[in-house]
Write a protein that binds this ligand. Sequence first.
Ligand code: NI
Length: 170
Amino acid sequence: MSVRDVLLHPHQGLRDVAEPIAEVNAEIRQLVNDMWETLYHEDGVGLAATQIHVKKRLLVVDVSDKHNQPQCFINPEIIETEGGILGNEGCLSFPGMYLPISRPEFAKIRALDEHGQLRTVEADGLLARCLQHEIDHLNGIVFIDHISRMKRERALKKYFKELDLRKKRL
Ligand code: NI
């Protein structure tokens, strides 16, 4: 297993639209393992393949308190959503940025797991938010796309300033 590099905004790879996975084979399971390892290394709750510059429809999440319940969703599809709720979000591709984002409160999602088994998950709370955020990534959409231009410009100004300071410290 290996930790992969996570792309940071404004890397153009974050705008890639991922392609469906035809077969869940050993290569895909290796990729899933790498993504879980990267997720824990980065202390995140979700990671999409496009964030490690892989154009495949695959995401991993772990929203458990103890970070011991890794899940993977291959070729995920949102088949139903309900409600709307504002919640704070961050993203491994935007270190230090946290924004209130409005999304459906419930989401029913169909996907394959790492064994190629089809399953349907009815998600609410953090899991629903996280899955919708990661599925956005697979479509080349990032969380700042959901806020107004004015709020986005303000948040990005702060982000680039902090990213600059971060680079200087490295
Ligand atoms: Ni993200």
